[in-house]
Design a protein around this ligand. Structure first.
Ligand code: SF4
Length: 326
């Protein structure tokens, strides 16, 4: 029997979806890796999405309209202010949606309730999802090793780190294959030369929509050794259970746990400076005020709108920022 494909508007406990015998599909990754992603944005706009709405939302909508999933888990709190309206439009188009809410605080009882609610919607128990979590412990440890190799040994490039971590939100729909491919990658990395020294950067914020950011950084002698939000998606740490795993996940909550994570990692990884990616028309841009004023390193805000290369103006700002660090 063909497994149901469940689209995700952001990272959720996909252990629950897999426990239910379904395939998780991160719609952000489908959109950004689609060859005709710009045409998808036009399609969403032709169907009525305003130009002044974030491209990721339009991309998610277009990915669903392209028929890649059977239903969509829509995260209504803890992610994006646009998702509630997106969910309504999807239902209006006849797409089944499954709501999920992160609690307002990473408080264990509240997180457990959120996870149990989602499990109930998939007709599985949290214990069944825990079995999947336990199966994935070696995989999460390998993601931690990837992160360590990037940070401590200079063996993983910025784009490689980003691609592996961002793909961990759904393990590309096949955790077994993902684990095997990651294991092969780590073995290959161990055999290849260490990368040249580079300015150690943190990349903060939602995944950049630029196509050449990492190449541009490395051409200029800089490397991302801390990729904040994709690392959060990957959850590369040992936990006692799913409740702890999702209490430690900083993305859905207010800035307090996030800043604690950022300060710790900036210090621990000897970060020289941070790039804060801001998506055009995203409410999260406002968080830049707190980030800029709370970190002990220089922070450059980079704004992007649609998929494509960095603009000349952005490259000029990046050059000036990196020159200041050298
Ligand atoms: S970038 Fe911001 S506005 Fe766009 S989908 Fe993500 S949270 Fe929503």
């Amino acid at each position: 029997m063909t497994k149901k494909r469940i689209g995700l508007t952001t990272t959720v406990p996909h252990e629950i979806i897999v426990a239910a015998g379904c395939v998780p599909v991160d719609l952000n990754n489908v959109f950004i890796s689609a060859a005709d992603r710009l045409a998808w944005l036009e399609r969403a706009e032709n169907e009525g999405f305003p130009a002044g709405i974030c491209a990721w939302i339009k991309g998610i909508y277009a990915a669903v309209r392209a028929g890649c999933v059977d239903a969509v888990v829509t995260v209504l709190t803890g992610d994006c202010t646009n998702t509630r309206a997106l969910a309504e439009v999807l239902r209006h188009r006849g797409v089944a949606t499954i709501p999920f809410d992160f609690p307002s605080q990473p408080e264990p009882a509240a997180v457990r309730q959120s996870l149990e609610d989602l499990a109930a919607r998939f007709a599985v128990s949290l214990q069944q999802a825990e079995q999947v979590r336990r199966q994935w412990i070696p995989l999460r440890r390998n993601l931690a090793e990837l992160d360590r190799l990037a940070d401590q040994e200079g063996r993983v490039g910025s784009a490689e780190l980003h691609q592996w971590l961002v793909s961990a939100s759904d393990f590309n729909g096949d955790a077994e294959r993902f684990a095997a491919e990651l294991g092969d990658f780590l073995s290959a990395v161990a055999r290849r030369p260490i990368l040249p020294p580079a300015v150690r950067l943190a990349l903060l914020g939602v995944p950049p929509i630029f196509e050449n950011l990492f190449a541009a950084l490395e051409e200029r002698g800089a490397r991302v050794v801390f990729d904040e939000v994709p690392r959060q998606f990957a959850m590369p740490y040992d936990c006692a259970d799913l409740v702890e795993q999702f209490c430690r996940y900083t993305y859905p909550y207010d800035s307090t746990p996030r800043l604690a994570d950022l300060r710790r990692e900036v210090d621990r990884r000897r970060i020289r400076a941070a790039l804060h990616y801001l998506q055009a028309f995203c409410h999260r841009q406002i968080e830049h005020i707190i980030i800029r004023e709370s970190l002990p390193v220089p922070v450059l805000a980079l704004e992007g709108d649609r998929p494509g290369p960095l603009t000349g103006q952005t490259l000029t700002r990046l050059d000036a920022f990196l020159e200041m660090l050298l």
